[in-house]
Design a protein around this ligand. Sequence first.
Ligand SMILES: Cc1ncc(COP(=O)(O)O)c(C=O)c1O
Length: 428
Amino acid sequence: MDVQRIRADFPILRQEVLGRPLVYLDNAATTQKPRQVLDTIHAFYTQYNANIHRSPHWLGQAATELYEQAHRSVARFIGAADWREIVFVRNTTEAVNLVAYALTCSTSGQLAFRAGDEVLLTVAEHHSNLVPWQMARERAGIALKFADVEPDGTLDLDRVAASLTDRTRLVACAHVGNVLGAVNPVREIARLAHEAGALCLVDGAQSVPHMPLDVAEMDVDFLCFSGHKMLAPMGIGVLYGRRELLEEMPPFLYGGDMIEEVSLARATWNELPWKFEAGTPNVAGAVALGGATDHGTGQHLFGAMDYLGEIGMGTVCEYERSLVTRAMAGLQALPGVHVYGPSEPSERAGVISFGVEKHGIPVDAHLVAQLLDEDGIAVRAGGHCAYPLAARLGVAGTVRASFYLYNTLSEVDYLLTTLQEIIDHKLL
Ligand SMILES: Cc1ncc(COP(=O)(O)O)c(C=O)c1O
């Protein structure tokens, strides 16, 4: 993989911040966008902008065709058998909310969860895969159970198995943790859930952007992820759901485009996936995520998934592992630095959380992040929207460096030397 060629596609990486070259290591929060994706957004709004599924004119038809194709592109990228299993939403958070609401908003139907039914989560979930279930508990009287993680953040399958009961209706967990980067064995978790008669939802916010993955092979029922964490714009995300489940689930939002018939008295619902895509969607965002072709002119609007697909997700994953391996070895060798999460780079994706101590006293993670920022290095600090995990680890917060395909080994080395410099000379 030619990282310098890749970097040339990302205009933002050429700029300086605070007089220093930008070293962007906050990719778990959001990623930068290549010029090909920026060009697609520009092309959509300068050549194709119109509302979809409404307007009979040429532009309306063209926008509709591109939007429908974007569903197909996303389905191909994640191995979904049917493009109608792809629902465009705003982000992972909305996708989880959709499922949590649809499964608990009524008590009728086979799928509806009832009081006393259980949803099994882990203690390491992002708030996006926790708070919607807390609200579902309020709404429907379901019970939440939590599988604990090991001290290094990995999930022991025996704990998952031991937490399943005959009341478990759903197991919902992240594929890759956003704090510790631990990769969960979702294929096995889905198998355990199914053997117990439960469904399995996977939060793929930190996995879909970083590794090859196939929903058919994983055999999960729902997969949620965000475009902005994989080179696409903010405001576009995906819910994949098994078709027979989506068919049975009630809508989440109500209004235009999600209906089939409406009278003053009642309404009936459109077919998939439109039943779940109420109102005007983010058409440009969907096309910039999945990519689509104007068959009239042959012009291809390049999506983030085209970009990643051309490089190959296996290559992306392997390359990130080389960055993580170097970063972990360097951080573990720095006196006063403690790396959280799995000690083997092979057990984690491109996320490293660490703490810094000086004279045996923990240093505030935000101070470390601020000092790194003064040298142009963008990292995140705090609880990373997973406060229960911070409590479980017994830390107030961590510094998090997270990598993507445009980061370089020299950026990793720069992080290490800058951190050493901070510990030696800037912390008293
Ligand atoms: C594991 C995980 N789940 C969910 C989310 C929420 O993503 P979004 O803010 O795009 O909805 C994030 C964001 O950092 C995440 O890392």
